[in-house]
Design a protein around this ligand. Sequence first.
Ligand code: COD
Ligand code: ATP
Length: 232
Amino acid sequence: MRIVGLTGGIASGKSTVSSMFKYNQIPVVDADVIARDVLKKGTGGYKKVVAAFGPEILQDDGQVDRLQLGRIVFSDASKRQLLNRLLAPYISSGIFLEILKLWIKGHKVIVLDIPLLFEAKMDKWTKPIVVVWVDPETQLRRLMERDNSTEEDARNRINAQMSLDLKKSRADIVIDNAGSLQDLQERFGEVLLEVKRPLTWTEFWLSRNGALSALLGVVIGVLAGRKVFSSL
Ligand SMILES: CC(C)(COP(=O)(O)OP(=O)(O)OC[C@H]1O[C@@H](n2cnc3c(N)ncnc32)[C@H](O)[C@@H]1O)[C@@H](O)C(=O)NCCC(=O)NCCS
Ligand SMILES: Nc1ncnc2c1ncn2[C@@H]1O[C@H](COP(=O)(O)OP(=O)(O)OP(=O)(O)O)[C@@H](O)[C@H]1O
């Protein structure tokens, strides 16, 4: 089974690209949806978060007030790290379970849509890595429009993530989404072909095992070195 990593910055267009994969019968595991589930009232994640952040993050019905919790964690890096630490085990097991279900159903290609692919170090499990990129001005504008948020809130959210240019430099495939939806649709057509292409053995191993790749690199380096030296 191939797990395609779909990532990018907040409001760069991951969900829009996800819908295109789903429309083409490729199942998508959405980390944001799983992250929402593990914070629902009564779950293990909920109890840990309420114990750490206090009842002031709750609404009258006892559910977490996501807007309020978002304001807290997106303006304070240490609180954000605390929330990430508390939820990470629940989110990763949720992702694993969803992938397992799709594997049992016999799917050969699935997409993992996850904003924090690199930050959570899950990139080693996915190949190819598709990064949806936009320029900073477009990202800010789309985020403020979509969430009806202030510029300060939007900038805080953007700054809470690894820079989009850094993510772009670590991508196998970049989707530049600064243009229109029509442009995105056209680029997606090319990406779909690339994603469905069978992996070569080298790509397969490089994606699965960084340590093995490094070892292989050393072995090849040593052998090549010997050859060079023996010919001197
Ligand atoms: C802080 C919370 C309650 C805010 O909820 P809200 O409904 O306002 O936002 P939502 O969950 O829809 O996230 C929107 C976007 O924010 C960004 N984002 C979310 N969590 C984080 C984080 N911890 N660090 C950086 N960016 C994040 C992502 O790009 C995401 O797509 C929520 O985002 C949360 O529980 N985050 C921690 C869990 C997590 O890491 N989620 C990311 C999926 S791996
Ligand atoms: N090419 C485009 N042209 C115009 N609007 C777009 C384009 N691509 C996406 N959008 C809009 O930009 C907003 C952000 O897109 P989307 O929700 O897909 O981002 P995302 O990366 O999934 O965000 P998040 O990290 O918050 O989940 C949405 O309102 C979407 O409709």
